[in-house]
Design a protein around this ligand. Sequence first.
Ligand code: HEM
Length: 231
Amino acid sequence: MATSTISAGTRPRTSSIVLKTVMAVTGLIFLGFILAHMYGNLMIFGGEEQFNEYAHHLRTFGSPMLPEGGFLWVMRVTLLVSLVLHVASAVTLWRRAGSARTKGYYQRKGQWARFVKNSMRWGGVAIFIFVIFHLLHFTTHTINIGGSYDNPADRLVASFEQWWAVLIYLFAVVALGMHLLHGVWSAGMTLGLNTSLEAAERLRLAAILVASVVVVGFAAPPVAILLGLIP
Ligand code: HEM
């Protein structure tokens, strides 16, 4: 049973349930962004003009109530705050699991559970490193792949004409899919969606569906560009 424990001489501890709820809610915020981002990327299948229009719309969304780029900044700040809370909660929970672990408990843990735990940790780190690379590539234009272009569609196409860039993105997208596979299921459990055996099964299927849609949806534009299938 997870409750806040305050004992003499120790700092008050945030309940593990609170930390898991923070992870679940911030994870769902990321998922909302990821699905919207994936949908936006798919605009490249409508051609260069449609993709550029989407990129422009991203900056003027909410106008005139928001200044140009205002929506983008609200989204960036929300994502940054979510990232800090998500990582801080994860690290606190890992530390607790590590210090609470006795030899007997550790031995009883299944190999699969350990594999999932490790892939969540290292997958999370890989996604974080990828996002930094990705921001340097598409947001700040510090990294240029296949040439330097200001036009968003030209930049996308020039980048994914390079097979190695496609490989980096595919690797990241698979890491994201694996993270979501367990993350969506775990968030559902924390938020109490496993009210029955059937509900738990539905949650498992939902996690598989979300992870598959994200992997295919993100992988499609780079692969199609590499194969020369974009109009
Ligand atoms: C094949 C996969 C992907 C492609 C082709 C892609 C493409 C892009 C492009 C073109 C932009 C710039 C949008 C603009 O400012 O006009 C962008 C921004 C961004 N992408 Fe991706 N992306 C991919 C995967 C991902 C993934 C997996 C994540 C997160 C895990 C991600 C997170 C972001 C973030 C945080 C931004 C910055 C938004 C901003 O602050 O301007 N992207 N992406």
